[in-house]
Design a protein around this ligand. Structure first.
Ligand code: 3H9
Length: 692
């Protein structure tokens, strides 16, 4: 039973009980209808209250049921709402904590709504690539007015119940106990007739046509590849232009179209992927965590400063250690400046500014960080340097402190072995700018203790990151994959592309930045440094030499005013560089390659399938726990387009057999060895299966 039915005197109470958020899955919907029937047949019952147990009134339709027969099985949410709205006895929604999506639509089908303060009220469907499909687009404008409803539906943003207290959405705000207030309200309205129904209200907005046209134009310009926001406007428009029942039909047809789109499937995949990433099969949710009340960061450079800001933002004091006063002063000044800029944009109050700046202090002495609960090292990416730092940390840190490294490629097990407490060592790979980027790769060493993992996973939520756990390997999940992508990008240059052509092809798909613009932003010297190490350690891996030639020209990217592109002082725009393009053409000639015209499709396939193939190895080796973790790494750390759901989901959408067929084609070209399908990919493709 996923809703309970009780009668208290003259009032029947239906309590949704489907943890964690009372999603309106099939069983819950059936139980509501059963409860309604019982209440309607019981002459002693004069009014009915619908509420939710636990931490929500309702989080809406059960998203897990979408695209499955259960979603369409009777009673559908429409039927449930029709039963409620058609009731001959007054129905009151008693709303608390979370009232979203189908939950709010159910409440709008009730005759009255009473809420406690602090409840999150939203129609967030657009964030899942759909629109409210159970009357929300028709009923919300009737209680909130056209503009407010349209804003809520198009943005999906939650509004606190008390902010809506004066609207027709709520008949009363409960002071004190919600159920007591709801019972008293039910007694009061038990005999009032006719029963008020939202469907009978009118949306009053003179000149609505101009407003709707303005909304269409604005929303079209802002919604990129996503179809749902504009459809939301169309559905809300129907609340003004059509009769109620016709509006409902129109909304339904738009909903059914949207729920089938790849964009919506991708957004739902990302929703569940984000939540799945915080779970590890062998680290139960009740694993005890170590309290983190203070943090130390080693290194006040760009990375160290950004990392420190995350903790200050979450109210946790941070001490930054540097070797020289000058570097420390510079780092602290940069942090202050970053916060000042945020304050100037109106995104930080002066009080919060003072508070955050005050939480970050500096020191030149290891002795002053020993009491921190976690220390994160963000020093130069070199094993020798890491060795010195971790040996020192082992000396000074209190027992039980977590020792974390921000390394992006190095072996965390080796780093752990520099200490006598490898169980306390973990990788925390932040992405630049560390105070902005959502991704945190959490690198689990062979000996990392489970409570250390659970603590860092919890901490990543606290600092509002998407934490994804990776095993130890060269580059972890994200950078190990990007290496294959970069290799293909280099080969494409040798074979006939320019940097712009490659960048534009993937940017058209929705990438925030193509590989060459990204290289110029991050600094081409970083890849050069890593490749030089690889030439010695893994001479079997082939790379295009174009990137080395570029670095030999001193073109490290934006920081040197020149990279794959030319830059003008004070302007981040990338201008095509004739010097670079000549270098590339000459290099092709030196290699004896006849340059050819390469299609955008080939560019996109080679870059993305290179990621996918490496990811399949990573998954099979157990470096990543699940395919969706890899998607989350790419969506939150590498600017992979959200509407595609990440590389693995994208490959699933294309069809793994098609992916393998394209790879076989590329295997016939230069560096064909890069295209041997990973065993997992080959197997899944042969079996007609998917990664996710
Ligand atoms: C809809 O209603 C369509 C209708 O218009 C039309 C239908 C015809 N379904 O986020 P949390 C799970 S579309 C299934 O960590 P929080 C979630 O996966 C729906 N499961 O907690 C997680 O599971 P697990 C419109 C759901 O306290 C657990 O609950 N509604 C749903 O930080 C805890 O989630 C939305 O889009 C769901 N609807 O935040 C609301 N919601 O423990 C989406 C949550 O196994 N949900 N789960 O990992 C949210 O925004 C947040 O989850 C919420 C709670 C604010 C509710």
């Amino acid at each position: 039973m996923s809703a309970e039915y009780q009668v208290n005197g003259q009032i029947a109470v239906i309590t949704l009980n489907n943890p964690p958020v009372n999603g309106l899955g099939h069983a819950t919907r059936s139980a509501i209808v059963d409860g309604m029937k019982q209440a309607l047949h019981n002459d002693a019952v004069k009014a009915i209250i619908i509420t939710g147990a636990g931490k929500a009134f309702s989080g809406g339709a059960d998203i897990k049921e979408f695209n499955s027969p259960k979603a369409m099985a009777e009673p559908t949410l429409h039927t449930v709402i029709n039963v409620v709205e058609g009731s001959s006895k007054p129905v009151i929604a008693a709303i608390h904590s979370v009232c979203m999506g189908g939950g709010l639509e159910l409440a709008l089908g009730c005759n009255y709504r009473i809420a406690s303060a602090g409840a999150q009220i939203a129609l967030p469907e657009v964030k899942l690539g759909i629109l409210p499909g159970a009357g929300g687009t028709q009923r919300l404008p009737r209680v909130l007015g056209l503009e407010m409803a349209l804003n809520m539906i198009v943005s999906g943003t939650a509004v606190a119940s008390e902010k809506l207290a004066k609207t027709a959405l709520f008949n009363e705000m409960a002071e004190g106990d919600l159920m007591q207030a709801a019972m008293a309200f039910a007694e009061k309205v038990a005999d009032v007739r006719p029963l008020p129904r939202v469907r009978d209200m009118k949306v009053d907005y003179p000149n609505y046509e101009a407003y709707l046209q303005f909304s269409r134009n604005t929303v079209r310009a802002m919604s990129g590849p996503f179809p749902a926001p504009l459809k939301c406007v169309e559905a809300v428009a129907a609340a003004v232009t059509k009769k109620f029942d016709d509006g409902i039909k129109f909304e339904r047809s738009l909903f059914l179209d949207l729920v089938q789109t790849n964009e919506s499937k991708a957004l739902r995949h990302a929703f569940f992927g984000e939540r799945a990433a915080s779970k590890l099969p062998d680290v139960p949710e009740d694993t005890p965590v170590r309290p983190i009340k203070s943090v130390a960061v080693i290194g006040a450079g760009t990375m160290g400063g950004g990392i420190a800001m995350n903790f200050a933002n979450a109210g946790i004091p941070v001490k930054i250690l540097e070797m020289k006063q000058e570097a420390l002063d510079k780092g602290l000044a940069t942090i202050r400046k970053n916060y000042e800029n945020t304050m100037k944009k109106g995104k930080l109050t002066p009080e919060k500014f003072e508070q955050r700046v005050g939480l970050i202090t500096g020191t030149l002495s290891y002795d002053e960080i020993g009491q921190a609960d976690i220390v994160i090292e963000a020093v130069f990416e070199d094993m020798g340097v890491k060795e010195q730092v971790f040996k020192k940390l082992d000396e000074v840190m209190k027992p039980g402190a977590i020792l974390a490294s921000n390394t992006s490629t190095l072996d965390v097990d080796k780093i752990a072995a520099f200490t006598k407490r490898p169980q306390d060592v973990i990788g925390t790979h932040f992405f630049s700018p560390a105070n902005v980027m959502k991704l945190l790769e959490i690198v689990r060493g062979k000996l990392t203790a489970k409570d250390v993992l659970a603590t860092v996973m919890g901490l990543s939520k606290k600092i509002k990151k998407t934490g994804v756990v990776s095993g130890v390997c060269d580059g972890f999940i994200g950078n190990r994959m990007i290496e294959q992508y970069s290799r293909q990008a280099g080969f494409l240059l040798e074979e006939g592309c320019t940097p712009e052509q490659v960048d534009k092809a993937v940017e058209k798909l929705g990438f925030a930045m193509g590989p060459f613009r990204m290289g110029d932003l991050a600094g081409n010297d970083i890849g050069w440094y890593i490749r030089k190490r690889r030439y010695v350690e893994k001479p079997q891996i082939t790379y295009s030499k174009t990137a080395d030639l570029l670095c030999e020209m001193g073109r490290f990217g934006q920081k040197t005013g020149a990279g794959w592109y030319d830059y003008k002082p004070g302007d981040r725009k990338a201008y095509s560089s004739s010097v670079v393009n000549e270098m590339i053409v000459k290099h092709s000639a030196d290699l004896g390659i006849e340059r050819r015209k390469i299609s955008d499709q080939e560019i996109v396939e080679r870059l993305i399938y290179a990621l996918v193939n490496e990811a399949a190895h990573i998954l099979e080796e157990g470096i990543a726990t699940r395919a969706s973790d890899i998607d989350m790494v790419y969506l939150t750390g590498y600017g992979f387009p959200l509407h595609t759901g990440g590389p693995m989901f994208y490959a699933d959408t294309v069809g793994l057999q098609n992916v393998v067929m394209s790879m076989q084609k590329y295997a016939k070209g230069r560096h064909g060895d890069a295209w041997t399908p990973a065993p997992l990919l080959a197997r899944l493709a042969a079996e007609g299966k998917t990664f996710n």
